[in-house]
Design a binder for this molecule. Sequence first.
Ligand SMILES: Cc1ncc(COP(=O)(O)O)c(C=O)c1O
Length: 400
Amino acid sequence: MSFIADRLLRIKPSATIFIANKAMALKAEGKDVIGLAQGEPDFDTPQNIKDAAKRAIDRGETKYTQVDGTPALKEAVCGKFKRENGLDYKPNQITVGTGGKQVLFNALLATVNQGDEVIVPAPYWVSYPDIVLLADGTPVPVACPQNNGFKLRPEDLDAAITQKTKWLILNSPANPTGAAYTAAELRALADVLLRHPQVYILADDIYEHLVYDDFVFTSIAQVEPKLFSRTLTLNGVSKAYCMTGWRIGYAGGPVELIKAMAALQSQSTTNASSISQAAAVEALNGPQDFIAPNAAIFRERRDLVVSLLNRCKGIHCPLPEGAFYVYPSCAGAIGRRAPDGKVIETDTDFCTYLLEAGNVAVVPGTAFGLAPHFRISYATSAEELREACARIAKACDALQ
Ligand SMILES: Cc1ncc(COP(=O)(O)O)c(C=O)c1O
């Protein structure tokens, strides 16, 4: 009998964290590795947010708080949803957890029974299917290839829905592709969902503020108010406010679900850090003027990386609408031979080759459910991105 529970055997450690750690370990050994695996902004948290945290400490806000968020933070979240998304949530429809990841975890653990199906458009963020598996559910990946702009088509959604479908997870802008849905595309998906009242929608909007070229971000409950009562609108401060380490995520949704999630959280982590919650209030209520300049920097880096990668032999890189990832195809490198004689058979082989021969750490598409691709996070300096792309180009040129 195994000491480790069966449910753990169903999942694997996050591939992105694994590769980021591998790159850090190689760096610690003195290797000149450029890590493009980690999904976090390289900008520091704005000073007013840090100051708010310091003030919270000085006020003695160092104790337990309400389980699923302080009243001040729930108010701030309601204000954000109203102001930015036109969504009218009341504080009892809001939950706050230790990162968007915990909120997602709570939602799935609180609702998914054995055999329940969760539709996960692929490529997907690595955590979605594994959390579904932990919750005894069945992830149902639906292929969204590059020629569909990496987006779920209404007919493919319709075909994937069964009586067992509990959730559709919709992530826009998406990790790992950067693809984002227009209001018209969401409208078409909403039309399908209206015909299937048993399906709840988990709208993961965490990259909302990182959209480029005049793209207008929209959330599905905003497009179709009839879906509001069965949508969990998930967001957080990690990406837009450069607060990955503070661990604050939040969501708005139906009261019954929000209560169930709080019950689960009360038996796991209790509340998110009191100090981080105070900082998140300042993030949401304070000045928002740094967001657009940060997004402009990301857009420049996106353009740089896309143009440099498209010059690499065997790589094709589409231009994404948002987030800070590109998801190029490496189909042109598959079947080629590296200088050490090894044949590149998969995108995992390709990424291993880039790490070993080029000292660049990127994540293979296999981890995200659509191969042969790889994900580059361009949340690092233009200088580092230029050097990384030069190394990738050299490694691609060396393939026979
Ligand atoms: C698509 C997506 N959703 C949610 C999250 C959760 O972020 P956090 O737990 O830092 O709020 C991430 C983080 O990488 C993400 O990429």
